[in-house]
Design a protein around this ligand. Structure first.
Ligand SMILES: NC(=O)c1ccc[n+]([C@@H]2O[C@H](COP(=O)([O-])OP(=O)(O)OC[C@H]3O[C@@H](n4cnc5c(N)ncnc54)[C@H](O)[C@@H]3O)[C@@H](O)[C@H]2O)c1
Length: 255
């Protein structure tokens, strides 16, 4: 694999499973030293082992994305242990399936604080760190096709993902002068813990996605990680404020 990130340090949030884990492995395999974020209550061992198996280097940084103090401390810790901070991938999120008329204020706060406020806090802190270090940098935020298309049991999740999509554009307007690029990815149906219902090949939801998606299948976390890696790399050096759909063509297919 090409080693586009040799000598660079990346922070990836929400790395214990899925897209975050695959991204940590991918960036490390391309030469980055990766700070792998995990909740204080969850175990980063599996991700660290996968990074090592891919010939990469990583270290764990604990922080609950709902806790701003922990997030600020995590960014500082990443720069201290890594010696610098070049890249951020804001990936951590939750997506509990809830009927719109049963969502409580507690549910709303939990989803919003994890997904949107957490993204804001980590982006602001990482960008300030990159500006202090004076070498520019790149950020990718994981949004979703749910930023653009509604899903019945994901009302608040959809709103947070649309918020992340626009936050990226607003931050791009102010970070460009510091040599910091910021873009988003909008994954479609990807097989992870978040979409467990798609694991069963006979599940109606799986059949629905396979039929509606022009590429005819659900995506793998690695297929999102490779796009994130591209957006962070100098191969995307003239891209900022953009989004890339990684959905097999799902949302633009009307059939
Ligand atoms: N799987 C899909 O179909 C799909 C589709 C579109 C977008 N996405 C997005 O991709 C990203 C990754 O999701 P995934 O599919 O890999 O799901 P996942 O559930 O496997 O991973 C989510 C990660 O976020 C972490 N996390 C959750 N709350 C946290 C908190 N408070 N503090 C720290 N970490 C926290 C989890 O521990 C986990 O590691 C999310 O932003 C999600 O919205 C996923």
């Amino acid at each position: 694999m090409e080693r586009r990130f040799e000598g660079k340090v990346a922070l990836v949030t929400g790395t214990t499973h899925g897209i975050g884990q695959a991204t940590a492995v991918r960036l490390a395999a391309e030469g980055a030293l990766v700070a792998v974020n995990h909740r204080p209550t969850s175990d980063p061992t599996e991700t660290l082992e996968r990074v090592r198996a891919a010939g990469g280097k990583a270290f764990p940084v604990a922080a609950d994305m709902r806790n701003p103090e922990q997030v600020l401390a995590m960014v500082k810790e990443t720069a201290r242990v890594g010696g610098r901070l070049d890249y951020l991938v804001s990936n951590a999120a939750i997506n509990p399936l809830l009927k719109w008329d049963e969502i409580t204020l507690e549910d709303y706060d939990r989803i919003q604080e994890t997904n949107l406020r957490g993204t804001w806090v980590v982006c602001q802190a990482a960008a300030k760190q990159m500006i202090r270090e004076g070498h520019g940098g790149a950020i990718v935020c994981v949004s979703s096709i749910s930023a653009w298309v509604a899903a019945r049991e994901q009302t608040v999740y959809c709103a947070t993902k649309a918020g992340i999509w626009m936050l990226v554009k607003a931050l791009a307007a102010v970070l460009g002068e510091h040599g910091i690029r910021i873009n988003s990815v909008l994954p479609g149906a990807i097989l992870t813990n978040m979409s467990k219902e798609l694991l069963n090949p006979d599940a109606p939801a799986r059949k629905y996605y396979e039929t509606r998606t022009p590429l005819g299948r659900i995506g793998a976390p690695e297929e999102v990680a490779s796009v994130i890696s591209f957006l962070l790399s100098d191969d995307a050096s003239y891209m900022t404020s953009s989004e890339l759909l990684v959905d097999g063509g799902f949302i633009t297919n009307a059939e």
